[in-house]
Design a binder for this molecule. Sequence first.
Ligand code: CUK
Ligand code: CUA
Ligand code: CA
Length: 644
Amino acid sequence: MSNKKEDLSAATVGIGRRRFINTAALAGLTVGVAACNDKPAASAAPAASAPTPVAHAASEVGKYEVAPGQLDEYYAFSSGGHSGNVRIYGLPSGRLFKNIPVFNTDCLVGWGITNESKKIIGTKPDGSLKYQTGDTHHVHPSYKDGTYDGRYIFVNDKIHGRLARIRLDTMETDKITELPLVQGFHGVFPDKRDPVDAAINHTTRVFCGGEFSIPLDNNGKNMDATADYRSVFSCVDAETMEVRWQVLIDGNCDLVATSYDGKLACSNQYNTENGAHYEDMMSAERDACIFFNVARIEEAVKAGKFKTYGGSKVPVVDGTKAGNADPKTALVCYVPVSKNPHGVNASPDGKYYACSGKLSPTATLIEHALVLKWFDGELKTERDAVVAEPEIGLGPLHTGFDGRGNAYTTLFLDSQIVKWNVEAAIKSYAGDKTAKPVVDRLDVMYQPGHGFTSMGETKDADGKYFLSDNKFSKDRFLPVGPLHPETAQLIDISGDKMKLVADHSVWSEPHDSIIIPRNLIRTRQVYDINEFPNAVKDAKDCRVERKGKKVTVYLTSQAPTFGLREWTVKRGDEVTIILTNLDKVEDLTHGLAIPKYDINFIVNPQETKSVTFIADKPGVYWAYCTNFCHALHLEMRSRMLVEA
Ligand code: CUK
Ligand code: CUA
Ligand code: CA
């Protein structure tokens, strides 16, 4: 086998793509590169194609392995990007446990096939799914007292502007809300306590950043008036999942972060220019991080100071610069930050927000207390809320914190993680020449997007692990055709030096993830049959009921049989099958698949699901169990007889 040839071509392809990416992004870097004296100039060149050897003793590797029969220390919940789902895997092992279908369809679970899931996803008047696609980027759990309460996970759908909620007890999607006036819903973050009533010490609101500006009345008129396109920032009620209010802003929103006192939410803005083309979007020297004063916004809504747009009933308050000139009454504050920022993250001590430059080799550090001072009219300019702007390397994107005063930022162009000290960065910004913010660098393979620390978005950041979700894996895994897997690289950050300890392959394409210790998650193993109003509670209740052309089949499953050996319907009937799994044993899931009728879903112990379809094909159809449940699993079938 000609290894040499293969390696060469792989290297060429790899370098070509890296060079393309670097060249494209560097077009906007000119001044920034020269100013970055912290990094040798060579860093802008493509990295060598050979993987950087990882130096650690073989004995140490075992430390991060999870032996057979042992459990992982952490759960990782990861967005699936344009797969439209959320994944759960274990850390440090990287073992994949589950794909949670959210905005996508999934024939294992029957997501998008059962009536219950279709209702959550949303349907057109004819009963078909309104959307079949999704693009999940950011997963964030609900909070209590500044840390995760294990109730929910919220995740965005960038493509159709939807917010989904996943129940953590069953790890299934339970609600989806479509935001009005939004295309490109990118950043999402729950509040960490109620902004108005400090006694309500848990998540009550979820904040959503609209990335793409669109005409507010998007009706096909004035489509070329791009300067009039607008973005909105939305607040969704965490319990009802209804949209409470929106803020019309200048520029766009991107990622979202929230304060630990509940008072502020913020979003980095890379398109303060409100440009419609990329060169317009990178024409300003600085962009902004916009802060939302939640209590003031809600007072304005209460006082009726809002408008509505485009047929939506959601109140929209004015968050433009022109409408918020006086800090003392302003609803928003635009803090200037490095060019085209990507990502904003709150430090676990609640004091700072780090906004990465992307097209500037710097991160901008904003102090929470100073933003509040600006809202009190006690700060001269918005920029005075900035307390540091360390030069950290090329293409900084996302930052995680270790709870010991250090920040870890992914450098997309440099293919590195840079560790920098927050206090040193503040001192250096204040003029202390001896202060050296950057304390360590580690090569990752390759081009990291999101990076996050264990519990790093909570006050309980434990400083153990950093996971680097890299956009390219190139030569790290066995080739699987043109679409490569991506790499999630696990880094031990407990010491002074970062240590790369594992490469986990991941399926396209995780953006953000979070790492939660296993003790914070409590799942249920069996449903309560009474949760389902349509449950068929006894095998004896199985029957076929007809009302005109509408036929309902009441069915149960109990290993290794279905409650009916056969059922008969007529051609043209609208058939609804309601299936309850009567088994009470943990892990005893059954499935129901009907050939040629495109029906396939599972029912977990004591769960009920239903499907509706038109019996348009006469004949015999074996309805069978798909989920291996019993020695007689293959024999677990019934006949659907469709009379001509
Ligand atoms: S974005 Cu993808 S790497 Cu959607 Cu959080 Cu930064
Ligand atoms: Cu029931 Cu397999
Ligand atoms: Ca810009």
